[in-house]
Design a protein around this ligand. Structure first.
Ligand SMILES: NC(=O)N[C@@H](O)C(=O)O
Ligand code: NI
Length: 162
């Protein structure tokens, strides 16, 4: 019987052990552009290591559906990775703690429209998982000479559901 991971709402507090949640909620940190813009300033801990550099990529990912079969998790040992949706749709964020190099204690979050995340370095996570087309995201992560990718296949897979 596969393990079931129950979806929970994405909040900064719940996600704090794994990374940052970025969203335009509450009062902005700064009002700029002659008062026409609120700046929610410096909301993520970016980390590209001593030998890497920041890169911005655009991901166009196939939408998935619930219940979601999670059969692969990965992590980036050399840097952080931010997912910033380019559409106002909800989407899935899946993370796990590390137990001596093995992902354990999975958490699945339903990101609300407008919520973005930044995985901290080395955090086990599911790959980018939109729930609606077109699945367009800006991704800010480390560009460097190392593979910066560890993958683990889950056998049996887990099931993410409401
Ligand atoms: N591999 C890649 O560029 N993307 C993954 O890291 C991911 O988390 O989706
Ligand atoms: Ni990743």
């Amino acid at each position: 019987m596969p393990d079931v991971i129950k979806l929970q709402p994405l909040t900064a507090d719940a996600f704090a052990p794994f990374g940052d949640v970025m969203e335009a909620e509450g009062a902005p940190d700064k009002i700029i552009n002659q008062g026409f813009c609120g700046r929610f300033h410096d909301r993520a801990k970016l980390d590209f290591g001593p030998d890497g550099r920041a890169g911005i990529s655009i991901f166009k990912a196939e939408p998935r559906s619930l219940p979601y079969c999670l059969d692969l998790v990965e992590r980036h040992p050399d840097g952080s990775q931010a997912f910033i949706p380019m559409s106002m749709d909800d989407w899935l964020v899946i993370v796990a703690a590390d137990d001596n190099g093995t992902p354990a204690d999975f958490h699945a979050f339903l990101a609300a429209p407008g919520q973005a995340i930044n995985f901290h370095r080395g955090i086990w996570h599911g790959v980018l998982t939109p729930l609606h087309a077109p699945g367009l995201f800006a991704v800010i992560d480390r560009i460097g000479d190392t593979p910066n990718l560890e993958e683990v296949r889950l056998d049996p897979p887990c099931v993410v559901q409401i």
